[in-house]
Each structure stands twice: as C-alpha cells, then as structure tokens.
Write a new protein. Sequence first.
Length: 572
Amino acid sequence: MSWKKYFRTVNTAGTLSPVNGGQPNNMGFKNYQSNLPEVYTGHPNRIERYNQYEQMDMDSEINAALDILSEFSTQASQENGSPFQFFWREQPTDNEVKIIKEQLTQWCTLNELNERVFKIFRNTIKYGDQVFLRDPETFKLYWVEMSKVTKVIVNEAEGKKPEQYIVKDIGPNFENLTATTINATDISVNHPQVGGPSGAYIQPKTPYSGGSRFSNAQNESTINAEHVVHISLTEGLDFSWPFGNSVLENVFKVFKQKELLEDAIIIYRIQRAPERRMFKIDVGNMPSHMAMAFVERVKNEISQRRIPTQTGGGQNMMDATYNPLSTNEDYFFPITEGGRGSSVEILQGGQNLGEITDLHFFTNKLFRGLRIPASYLPTGMDTGLDGNNFNDGKVGNALIQEWRFNQYCMRLQKMVIQKLDQEFKMFMRWRGINIDGAIFELRFNEPQNFASYRQAELDTTRINSYAQLEQVPYMSKRFLLSRFLGLSEEEMKENERMWREEQGDIEEAPAPEAGLRSVGITPGAIGADLGALAPAPGAEIPGAVPGGVPGTAPAPAAGGAGAAAAATPPQI
C-alpha cells in the first residue's frame, strides 16, 4: 500500500520486544498479549528514558510547554536583572544585606547564571536531573550531559550517601562551561533529525550486551561527590533516588497515544484522500461467468494503450503498454437505443479529513498533565476561549487555573533552588565571608504576577466591604480592620505608629541624662525610693534614735549651730 512508502511496520513476532532495543522480553518486560502496555510504559533503562524525553521534546506542544514552565519559573527581577531573591528568616543588618547582594552578583556573573538559568531549569524538569562539576580552584560550574552520568556510587554505611559519580567522556570546555564532549557518533548516527534509532544519545553498554567490564567502562571517570552539584527534581519520596523524576514522565502515555493518533490520521489521509472512479459496465443478459470476463476485457482495454511499433522485418504491429488512469483522458462507452450502457461515477475521497476532535482531546489532556492553563496554548476546543481574543487571565474562570499553575511552578522552584542555595552559601564560605547562612534563603523570583492579580482582586473586595461598614456608628474600627481588611494586631500597631509619624505626633524621646538605653538607675530615682520608704508621721522604728534616722545622730534644730556644722565640710 502507498503508506508503506512513509511508514514501516515493526516485526513483533518471536521473543524480541520493539521497545527495549531488540532485547528479549525477559530483560525488563513481561510477555503481554498486546504490545501497547510496553509502548505506554517506556524503556526501563534510565539512559533510554532520556532518549524518550528527547523525542518528546521534538513535539511542538511539549516543547512549548517546557518553555512556558521554564520562563515562568525563571523570571528576572526588574531591579537587578537577577532571577534570584532573598528570604530573610531574621532581620539582617544593612552591612549583611549589602555583602550578600554583592556576592550573589559576583556568583551569577562567574557562572553566567543570568543567561544560563533558563536552560538549567528546563533541563532539570525535562530529565529530572542536572549535574555540574565544580572547579575547586575557581568555583565555576561546568555543565554535564545527563546521558554521560552512568552511575552513582553510594556509601551503605552512611545511609546511602552519594560518594562518587561515574561520568563518561570528560573534556572540560572553559569557553562555554561544559564538562563533557560529544562524540561524532552522537551527531552523525543517533541524532533524532538523522532518523537514528535511539535519539541523541548512545546507550551505555549493559551486562547483557556482551563484552567485559573493562570494555564497557571505557572513557569513564570517577568524580568525588563533594565536587559535584546535582540538581534533582525529587523530594526523596520516590523510587528513582538518587536521580529525580521528569515532569514528562506523567504524560508519556498521553504523548504516545497522541503520536499514534497523529500517525493514524496521516495514514488515513494518504489512503482515503484520493478520489476513485467507479465503472458501471453494461453486460446485458450475459451469464455470470461471461459477464465477469467481459468486465475484465473492458478493464484491460481502459488500462492499456495500443501503440503501433515496427519490427525489424519492416512489418507494423500494435503493442500494448500499461496506461494508468488519468483525469485528462476521456472514456467512450457505447449506449443502446434504449439508453442502456456503461457509465463512470466519481467516488469521493475521505469524508472525515477535518474531524480531529479526538486529536484535540489528547492534546488538551497533554496540557492538563503538564499543568499548562488553556489560555496559554489554545487549541480551539475545550478551552472556553476564542483564539482571536487576548485574555491575560485577570478575570473569569481562567484565574483559578493560572493560580494553580503558579503554585505548581513554585513547587518546581523549591526543588531546583535547594541545591543552588547550598552552592551559593558554600561559595560565600569559600570567599571567606563568615555570615550565618541560617538567616537567609536563596529563592527564585515568583513565577509571574498572577498572585498579585489575585491579591488586587481580594483587596478591592475587602476595601468595598470596609467602606460600606465604616459609617456604621456602633462598629469598632479595629474590628473592621481585623475582620474585613484582614490586618493582624502587629500590622495595626505598625499602621498606628506610622500614622502618628506622618501626622507629626511623635512620642517624646527619653531624657538626655538617661544612660544604658534607659536601663538601670537614673538620677532622682534614689530620692523617690527613699521617700517611698520614709515612715509615717508618729511611727516608731525599732533601734532608731528619736527624731532621727536609725544609726545616725539626732537631727539638729533648724537654723542652729548644728545645721551650720553639717553644711560645712570637715577641715583636715
């Protein structure tokens, strides 16, 4: 058939599986009655799964979805152009803020993170992992292709702590900050655009592929884990540790269904799109066997062309050659006196060429699996949007979808930034800056302004409710501020303090003579304390001299010699 010129079938007979590279089914697959479970599950080998992700990335919808996720999660700040911000757990000093910001700028410049962070984030969510080799002298991060990371050696005695990484084809390139080289075979043989069988990667040799352990480990190098920065899309609650899970893993089955459906649509168009002719041959009252012979003769007459040729003996004869049916040729059939005769009718081509509802269904299902809102990639069905109108998601039902997408991007950011935060704090210690890393946390900027859109709508609703109840005389304003504006006690106190400053009603400062930040004994306090301890008039104190303070001489009379003597300092 004609579609075989564009597609080839896979021989599924025997014990070989078309999914696992031609290996026997007992090498990771069960003998299913149908091959669809194997197709939907994918290859069990981690490197081959990277090949599947490469093929998925060649799909336009998945490529756009990965770009959207990465762009939203690596938004640059308008102040300094950096995709990072700080979250302060404690109140820092101005000097600490200045030093940390300067170090962040130098770290981003050293590793070109302002330009590379988009690709780093995209590769991390695409493969589930991204590995860098850190130069211990310059602290630069060199990118490693994930297919080159063959294995990770862990220490069982320390709770499976990673100790060494096995990396193939190490060849640092100081210009573009890469640590691995690309073989010529990767480009010329196995590249997807060349039509290679396994995508852009070479599967490392496995024990069942033959060869010794020395030949299988060629061009491999061992790197200590302390010099490796491994960004992993995992929370430690999955079976793939120490590697992460790609966001494409959950939509692999939908992608294969969409791919098979697209191939079926193309095959249907190739097979059913052309129009066909139906010849109705008048056979009169002929018996069945003679009627069929007559139809075959007419068929041969139409399909063959008589061309006169001249033999070597000088005689002319008619030669019959194949004459394919053409729309430019005319057909002549005799018709009897009663109007009976043969006729030619046109059979229409494929009637359902425009019916792609099922393809829209799987495309939207793919987007929903990647958490992409319908307003970002409208496909014309099940989106609730008109493709000709612009919708930024501030109003309508699209807001909740975009808010959920915003939260999904923030979850991805938390998993990616965790290792970068540790690396930045290590960079500061390497620089000799002794600032406690517990007082701050490095984070990505918020994905976009959908959270601010939501907050603006919420503030508008609260302000309207507060304005309506503010004029009610028996309603407390503090209650209205707390109930309808959502202010906490600390926020109300801060607002009160700032309002007094703006109105010029500032509380008086402590007395100038106050010392030790108004803590301790101040002048005049001793006299007040002694006055508080003075006895009431007429009260007697045990052991006291009448009319005086205990343990002292009697008080002299006012204006007497004793008063003058007490006022005059003693002469030595």
